[in-house]
Design a protein around this ligand. Structure first.
Ligand SMILES: [Fe+2]
Length: 172
């Protein structure tokens, strides 16, 4: 039996009720960086890293290497005036999970059982985000992709300005 595939445990992918450990299976990742001014920094990412802007919000710019709706998000720090070189850092590291909504809910439950500090749950239109902190306060995101056609997801992200809305997610 392939023990790395939760679907093989009971044929439904449901590992939550079996008492087995819930483990994330990660597909792709993205990085969100705090920057002083996302609109001033974005051209650097286009010119130096060859990225394409896929969405703009009031305080953020999302960029892609071509395939995904975003690989890097540039997010303005809370106090840009106080931001000096070396003091701005990662906003979060996004981990796109395999599976569906119940898998995200099970991961939520796993975080709570392990006393991991959960920050928030959000609806990004193209996917759902579950944010949490590592012991040093580094922020991570379990991201459930809802739109699996990359071109369609890119279009939606741009059309809705990469939204980040509160999501009522129930842990399993
Ligand atoms: Fe993210």
């Amino acid at each position: 039996m392939n023990t790395r595939d939760p679907a093989s445990t009971d044929g439904t992918g449901n590992t939550g009720s079996t008492g087995e450990e819930v483990r994330p299976r990660i597909r792709r990742t993205h990085l969100a960086l705090f920057v002083k001014d996302p609109f001033a920094s974005a051209p650097w990412y286009e010119e130096v890293l060859g990225m394409q802007v896929t969405a703009r919000g009031t305080r953020w710019v999302f960029l892609s290497f071509g395939q995904k709706h975003h690989d890097i998000a540039l997010i303005q720090v809370d106090e840009p005036e106080a931001a000096t070189r070396g003091t701005v850092n990662m906003q979060h590291y996004g981990l796109e999970i395999e599976g569906g909504l119940d898998d995200l809910r099970r991961l939520y439950g796993m975080l709570l059982r392990k006393n991991v500090e959960v920050v928030k749950t959000t609806d990004h239109k193209v996917g759902y985000g579950l944010y949490f902190h590592d012991p040093d306060g580094h922020r991570f995101e379990f991201f459930l992709e809802l739109v699996h056609d990359d071109e369609e997801a890119k279009r939606l992200l741009g059309e809705y300005n990469a939204p980040s809305n509160a999501l009522d997610l129930q842990p399993l």
